[in-house]
Design a binder for this molecule. Sequence first.
Ligand code: SF4
Ligand code: SF4
Length: 333
Amino acid sequence: MQPVAISEPKIGIAKRIWQTLRRGRIYYWPIRTLVQLGFFLLFAGLAIARLNPSFDGARSWVVLPVVASVKAQGGIGSTLDATTLLLSQAVFPWLPIGIMFVVGAVLGRFMCGWICPVGFLQDVITGIKGRVDSVQTRTNEYWIRLKYVLVGITFLISGTLGLALYYGVGSDYKQSLGSDLASGLFIAITPDGTLFGTLPVLLAHSWRFLGTAQASDLSAANLGSWLGSISALTWINILILIGFIYAAWRIPRFWCRYICPVGGIMAVFQKNSLLGMHRDPIKCSNCKECETACPMQIPILDLDWKKFNDSECILCMACIDACPAGALSPKFP
Ligand code: SF4
Ligand code: SF4
């Protein structure tokens, strides 16, 4: 009897499991997924806890260079949010800036690949889609600059506000910005703030309303006035969240590539970080499987094989898993 030939599955997770079993190698993706999931649950779990009326939130006990909005009130905060919040109180943000320097110098953008809940959400969306699409190289390189512009705008708003307040002339400026924008541009608009902060609060309010409402309260007029009570910023946040999901479906790590200011700041450190990647030119057959698997579209084969630290590399190790020759590895220092 002829052995039955089983062909390699074509889509994401099934393909990965197949390759893991077939090649009998240690792969990074299961470990990374577990780490990302653990951190994600830390955020999502706290967001769900907010549905409980008696839950009054928790203070961040550590800040890391990831997107973790203060609106979500999780155990982990973002160094960027901490920076803009402190500036809005005329305090120089020594600690969050110091953390960005130390983490960036040692690990570069590792936290983007392994810890950030917004990065994880995008990876899940790409995983569901089952393939890593790419963008035209010139278009990609052009739009990558957008996140540096957004870093500039963020610091322009928060830096000038901090200075004005420090010299005692900023209260009108702060008032004209409004409390959301004064806290920081990205505190006001990040999708994780909407997902883990704004939406759970909105849901909790609706839940309580529905729980105590009589049948006569559920009229079209009441529903209209309830919808009208939702602020313009909340609607903008919801639209940004929908746009974020759609963009992540079309382009892997869209937010990280073109929008995220934390990614933009850490990209500067990534260029010289101790942790980088190595490609063995003897094992490498130039098959480009690594480049095809890379969610950040890094031109791996064009980079220095001894150690490469592309500013867009998030050290996710997907290229290592994809390489059939085992030519890639992390390099430290
Ligand atoms: S670039 Fe992506 S992974 Fe990195 S902090 Fe921003 S959202 Fe998170
Ligand atoms: S080069 Fe490798 S480690 Fe860096 S982002 Fe691409 S797949 Fe991830």
